[in-house]
Design a protein around this ligand. Structure first.
Ligand code: NZQ
Ligand code: ZN
Length: 389
């Protein structure tokens, strides 16, 4: 096991009605003027935004709002948000939505006190210093941004989708998680979120670091729970208990606990980010296509951990590691298909993928080699994209 530090300062409020606590939470934090960030309308339609503003009003917290965040969020709205925050003197942000909304709010939060271009942080030209504090009301369990210090934004100029990772600077101060808010999710978004959280665990599980049994077992337990609960939420969208289990899994998958003590991988996320930047696909659905192809490729080189994953998570019975790894890839593809996700680029709607563009942008953005479990260069990543076609 490697040395590590783990700090997750976010206060989680979980259960029915917790979004009504927002006003009290802001008041306790001594926030006086918040900017509410939300998406394309689901939070308006469901009445959630009204409940959140009523809670703020009840505590005398002033607020302005910035709506219209789109999935795979872009830099244009971040610039607008920074400008409006500065002009209104907002002292905190409140994200009401999913990963795209939260990530937009995080980018605004670090951009407001910074004299330069907020994109400097994403391009690695500057390190995040002071940032406005942020609270979250989560509406989709998927990206895990409610518990992570990360933000993923696409720069429209050049379609660059990059992630910014911070330790604690951008972790939300609080996150309200009410499973009932997820009853209205369309099946495709529910399933994509499930794939995303599973892959957040796998990116940490597939590691070259040995002897991380506790972290491995945490990861396997979470994955087994997700696999058991997923069919229930797909069959019955208002099954509160199943939605609750999936929602909490999404947070634990990405708040860092499954990575403690080991090097992580992240090649599949890097490869998917090119798909969603270029073709605009839903992030989790893109992962359902890339990850089985990645697993198939790395199985040929290093099957042992894949076999362990299959035996412990999917109850694969094969004794030989190579055979067990092959069976594991089938189980993963089969599981994603069973919840209605595409497992090929064609099924994802990408009929003729531009492999040259995908590979060149990937390595331009992420460097000549990616991946912690197995180091992948251009030939490897092209082979994986082709396996995913
Ligand atoms: O915009 P609205 O109308 O709200 O609709 C959204 C959106 O169309 C809808 N939705 C959300 N909650 C709903 C709902 N519809 C009905 N009822 C509800 N309760 O779902 C759609 C997707 O929303 P989005 O926020 O895009 O989903 P997600 O949470 O999957 O976020 C995806 C983004 O997060 C990034 C991804 O790359 C992608 O850009 N990621 C962020 C990470 C992080 N910050 O740590 C890590 C992840 O790996 C990921 O890369
Ligand atoms: Zn993800």
């Amino acid at each position: 096991m490697d040395n590590f530090t783990f700090c997750t300062p976010t206060r989680y409020l979980f259960g029915r009605g917790v979004e009504n606590e927002v006003g009290r939470l802001c008041k306790n934090a001594e926030w006086k003027n918040v900017m509410i960030v939300y998406g394309g309308g689901s939070a308006v339609k469901s009445g959630l935004l009204d409940r959140v503003t009523a809670s703020l009003d009840a505590e005398g917290i002033s607020h302005i709002s910035l709506g219209g965040v789109k999935p795979n969020p872009t830099d244009d709205l971040v610039y607008e948000g920074i400008d409006r925050c500065r002009r209104s003197g907002a002292d905190a942000l409140l994200a009401v939505g999913g990963g795209s909304v939260i990530d937009t709010a995080k980018a605004i939060a670090c951009g407001v006190p910074y004299d330069g271009d907020f994109w400097d942080f994403f391009a690695g030209k500057a390190v995040v210093g002071p940032a406005l504090p942020l609270g979250v009301v989560l509406t989709i369990p998927a990206a895990g941004s409610e518990g992570s210090g990360n933000s993923v934004i696409t720069r429209l100029d050049g379609l660059l989708k990059l992630s910014l990772r911070t330790d604690t600077a951008l972790r939300p101060k609080f996150a309200c998680l009410n499973p009932e808010l997820t009853f209205t999710l369309p099946p495709y978004q529910t399933a994509s979120g499930i794939a995303d959280m599973m892959v957040h665990i796998m990116e940490r599980y597939f590691s070259p670091t040995e002897d991380v049994e506790v972290t491995d077992r945490l990861a396997e337990g979470l994955l087994k729970a997700i696999i058991a609960e997923a069919p229930k939420v797909m069959a019955c969208p208002d099954d509160y208990q199943a939605r609750a289990n999936i929602m909490w899994s999404g947070t634990l998958a990405h708040n860092g606990i499954c990575g403690c003590g080991r090097r992580e991988d992240w090649a599949s996320h890097f490869m998917e980010h090119e798909l969603s930047a270029i073709y605009g696909v839903t992030h989790g659905a893109g992962l359902a296509v890339i990850v089985p192809a990645w697993l198939e490729y790395v199985s040929r080189i290093k099957p042992a951990k894949v076999a362990q994953f299959g035996r412990r998570v999917f109850d694969v019975n094969e004794h030989d590691d190579t055979a067990a790894a092959t069976e594991t890839v089938c189980c993963l593809r089969g599981f994603f298909s069973s919840i209605g996700l595409p497992v090929t680029m064609k099924a994802l709607g990408i009929e003729a993928p531009d492999f040259n563009l995908l590979v060149s942008k990937l390595h331009e953005n992420k460097g000549p080699q990616i991946g912690g479990y197995i180091t992948l260069g251009k030939e490897d990543t092209e082979a994986i994209y082709r396996l995913a076609a």
